[in-house]
Design a protein around this ligand. Structure first.
Ligand SMILES: [Zn+2]
Length: 437
């Protein structure tokens, strides 16, 4: 009985030991099994194929780390994103440990984002727009910058600017460049002002002789003269006739030399008298020395062509001009006199650069003579221009004077004659143009 009992006890111990061994083996096996990356991936919900693919993204060392960490299934999602940076493995893990989400980590370690955030002017709220512009070849951001840093800086700047502009009234994204060009030249101007100004200026942009600085005056003139063509509006305002003749008259700019403009807005006085010489054989009066020399050459050349020219009037002092003018006024009245005679100080005869040839009378119809035809063809060769053109009285303030020639120098006379402009119009654009200063 006792032996039987002993035998039974022994058997039970053996069974227990065997069971314990099996359990221990199972436990070790289980531990070994769960300490594999495949297990972690399976737990994270990836199938066998996906598991293989993801596994390949990690080095053996990394796989070992991952197998031993329970709480990082986010890393698998991160690794599958095209923005995943292999060399940032440890950073992603610490990020996850700190509770950051996958999207934040992918963004933070994206080299493009890092570079952008390092760029001057960067604004976090515009990040997606910067990225789009860089990644999308059709976004129109073509850069000449050789260095990617410059390229990014350009993108950051442009997107920031465009967003700023887009809040403004009337902004047209298609002409962003035009606004920018204008802004660069007028840095003191508010952006809204720039947009409004540029939009208005576009109406004029294809017109010759357009001067941007006069835009407001063109607009005012156009409002007062709604039927006027843009071309005429521009020339009129350039010449200053949006102000009545003799308004705010200023001293002529004598520094312009032979191009000095003397008219109903610009006066001279006797102190501006140049050195003059008598024309003598070549006609009545005196002229400025160089102008006189050219006048003589012109008269000689005409004579060689059988054309007789002589001066009937040239330099005048202010007193003489006053005599002329007051005479005309008492004869015909001020309004009429103003159309063919300058008020004292306002005659270019007073700077010795003007000459009346053969006549000074409308009724002689000098425009129908061979002398006139010769002058129109050749005067520029000697530095002279026909000063008071037909149909331009509203600009010059004077009726057509086919006899009155003005010395401007050989360098510019042909340009002026060929332009078909009055000296006022030509001077406004090519000499006094504030856009060119
Ligand atoms: Zn004259």
């Amino acid at each position: 009985m006792a032996r039987k009992k002993k035998k039974k006890t022994f058997k039970a111990i053996v069974i227990l030991v065997v069971l314990a061994l099996i359990a221990a083996g199972g436990y070790i096996g289980w531990k070994k099994y769960t300490a594999r990356i495949e297990y972690r991936l399976g737990k994270a919900g990836y199938n066998k194929e996906e598991t293989e693919a993801i596994k390949e993204m990690f080095s053996e060392e990394q796989q070992e780390i991952l197998a031993n960490l329970r709480a990082v299934p986010e890393i698998f999602g991160i690794a599958r994103d095209e923005r995943y940076q292999e060399d940032r493995f440890v950073d992603y893990l610490s990020g996850i440990a700190e509770g950051k989400d996958a999207e934040t980590l992918l963004t933070d370690f994206d080299p493009l984002v890092i570079a952008l955030r390092d760029t001057e002017g960067y604004k976090e709220e515009n990040l997606q727009l910067y990225m789009q512009a860089i990644r999308d070849p059709d976004s129109g951001y073509i850069s000449s910058a050789s260095d990617f840093r410059l390229y990014y800086a350009e993108i950051v700047y442009r997107i920031n600017r465009q967003l700023e502009y887009s809040k403004l009234e009337g902004y047209d994204p298609a002409i962003y460049e035009t606004y920018e060009t204008y802004t660069a030249k007028h840095q003191d101007m508010a952006l809204q002002e720039v947009v409004t100004h540029v939009n208005t200026a576009l109406k004029y942009k294809d017109e010759p002789y357009f001067i941007d600085a006069y835009l407001d005056r063109y607009e005012t003139y156009r409002t007062a003269n709604p039927d006027a063509a843009l071309y005429d509006v521009i020339l009129a305002v350039n010449a200053g006739i949006d102000k009545p003749f003799y308004t705010d008259a200023q001293h002529a700019d004598m520094s312009k030399g032979y191009l000095v403009l003397v008219n109903k807005y610009y006066y001279v006085n006797d102190n501006d008298k140049p050195e003059t010489v008598e024309l003598g054989y070549y006609g009545v009066g005196e002229m400025e020395v160089t102008a006189a020399e050219h006048f003589r050459h012109m008269v000689d050349a005409a004579a060689a062509d059988g054309i007789y020219l002589r001066s009937v009037n040239a330099y005048r002092t202010e007193a003489i001009q006053n005599l002329f003018y007051t005479g005309y006024v008492s004869e015909a009245g001020r309004a009429a006199a103003d159309t063919y005679s300058a008020r004292p100080g306002h005659s270019e005869h007073q700077v010795g650069l003007a000459v009346d040839i053969n006549t000074a009378s409308i009724s002689k119809h000098f425009e129908n003579t061979a002398q006139y035809a010769w002058l129109v063809e050749h005067c520029a060769e000697y530095g002279f221009i026909l000063r008071y053109l037909p149909g331009k009285q509203y600009i010059t303030g004077y009726v057509y004077e086919p006899w009155h020639y003005r010395y401007v120098g050989v360098e510019y006379a042909k340009d002026i004659m060929d332009s078909g402009l009055t000296f006022e119009e030509w001077y406004a654009f090519y000499v006094a143009n504030p856009d060119l200063q």
